[in-house]
Design a protein around this ligand. Structure first.
Ligand code: PLP
Length: 352
């Protein structure tokens, strides 16, 4: 605390991201980064963008990128918003769509940035408890609210809700915005983008950080009804006009154009996930059915924190949340086959 801080600053409880340690080389399975590099075409596009034009501001609207994304998803340019990572877009979305008069709803176990944003903008919120098996009790969201935000698939549980079930929730909540954070949708789920023309209250958020191997570039996007997108633009342009730099724009455009590489790497991650799941189950782990690039698991004999600490000692970083209901679980990002072999070998030694 400092006397120079504003009341707002003093009141904040910031989000704590997963470690990015520098003390030694770890097998890093803790922040759901993609184990494969970005497409070579992305790297080439970024290299080509390193030129004298960097003296000029980037396009504040990211029109070329929006066009590529709109074509990719079969929607129109004015249904797309781009931003500096989906975290930034989530923050803008809380400011754009939620008022302090009514409670925003999200699950008690979900992406821990949601309550952080709600507090930042001084919003009321209600955390809806997940079922015992971490499934989403959709009917419990059918109450008066100031908006709903869900990660689908959910993090850190890796569980996915079908589009039919979600459609019902969106349809029942037409007076308020429903935000679907689809950070992991490319690892087996079906996106709700196809519903944005049908429901003016639906905003779908995607990121290039996970399935397109670009966590370091900071690019996210939101898709929805034109009026929702216009609202996001109002907020963004009241904050910072140039959220995406020239290199990020060039790289993101190339990423969407290289569909072949995207398909290849996401399939590989899913294959490795299924194999790892099987091997962990054979070791007695309770592994949830994942539709993401990570696995959420517990073991009946050794507690989650102990597994986390033992793995860390052995040079493997996974994520552990010291939080009620999930404090016996570990979240493991899917790495390369070789990295997962090493994980399994070490888990075997830890649980005997
Ligand atoms: C990783 C993640 C994000 C953040 O993505 P960025 O685009 O890197 O900011 C948002 N939501 C969920 C659920 C995530 O897991």
């Amino acid at each position: 605390m400092s006397k120079y801080w504003s009341k707002l600053t003093k009141s904040l409880t910031p989000y704590v991201p997963g470690e990015q340690p520098k003390d030694k080389k770890y097998i890093k399975l803790n922040t759901n980064e993609n184990p494969y590099p970005p497409s070579p075409k992305v790297l080439e596009a970024i290299r080509n963008a390193v030129n004298e034009d960097l003296k000029l501001y980037p396009d504040p609207n990211g029109d070329e990128l929006k066009k590529v994304i709109a074509d990719y998803h079969g929607i129109s340019v004015n249904q797309v918003f781009v931003g500096n990572g989906s975290d930034e877009i989530l923050s803008f979305a809380f400011a754009t769509f939620f008022d302090s008069s009514e409670k925003v709803l999200f699950p008690d176990i979900t992406y821990s940035f949601y309550p952080v944003y709600a507090n930042f903008y001084n919003l009321w919120y209600k955390e809806i408890p997940l079922e015992e098996d971490f499934s989403l009790p959709l009917d419990k969201f059918n109450i008066p609210n100031g908006g709903i935000i869900l990660a689908n698939p959910n993090a850190p549980t890796s569980k996915y809700v079908s589009l039919d079930d979600l459609e019902l929730l969106i349809k029942n909540n037409l007076e308020k915005v429903v935000i679907l954070d689809e950070a992991y949708i490319d690892f087996g789920g079906e996106s709700a983008i196809k519903l944005i023309n049908k429901y003016p209250n639906l905003l779908v958020i995607h990121t290039l950080s996970k399935s397109r191997s670009l966590a370091g570039l900071r690019v996210g996007l939101a898709m929805g009804n034109q009026e929702l997108i216009e609202g996001l633009n109002r907020v963004k342009n009241s904050f910072n006009s140039y959220t995406l730099d020239r290199l990020a724009l060039a790289g993101a455009i190339a990423a969407y154009k290289d569909k072949e590489y995207f398909e290849k790497t996401r399939k590989k991650v899913m294959e490795t996930r299924e194999r790892t799941k099987k091997e962990m189950r054979a070791l007695g782990f309770n592994v949830l059915d994942s539709m993401t690039n990570f696995i959420f698991a517990s073991h009946p004999k050794v507690n989650g924190e102990k597994i986390f600490l033992s793995l860390k000692e052995r040079g493997i970083l996974v994520r552990y949340f010291n939080k009620p209901k999930i404090d016996n679980y570990i979240r493991i990002s899917i790495g390369t086959d070789k990295e997962m072999d090493s994980l399994i070998k070490n888990l075997k030694e830890i649980i005997i």
